[in-house]
Design a protein. Structure first.
Length: 113
């Protein structure tokens, strides 16, 4: 899992925590950035929602074993780290920190964005 502890963030309200379900990616747009939200166990993870191979929203893909599979060409990415498992994609996904505040999912974007 990425270490976000040293970076300054602006926190954005994404959705209610209850709206993020296991094995059902949730697509949100935060500051014009497509973000996919994923629930693995009790944790919620946020990743870029756009496949690094070709423009496809990963939230339309298939979740299994902690990975999201692109609906277009089946590239796979680790939901916890954004790591790419290929074969079509070659680059990892950007990950974003998540925190829950009063039942709301908050996603952090770096201040320099």
């Amino acid at each position: 899992m990425p270490d976000f502890s040293e970076l300054p963030f602006v926190w954005h309200d994404a959705c209610a925590e209850a709206e993020v379900h296991a094995d059902e990616p949730r697509s949100v747009k935060i500051a014009d950035i497509p973000v996919g939200l994923y629930r693995l166990g009790e944790a919620i993870h946020a990743l870029s929602d756009v496949c690094t191979h070709e423009f496809a929203l990963l939230s339309g893909g298939f979740v299994e074993g902690g990975k999201i599979e692109c609906p277009l060409h089946q590239a796979c990415f680790d939901i916890r780290s954004g790591k790419c498992f290929g074969p079509m994609a070659e680059h990892d996904l950007k990950t974003f920190p998540v925190r829950i505040v009063r039942g709301r999912v908050m996603v952090g974007l770096c201040v320099d964005r």
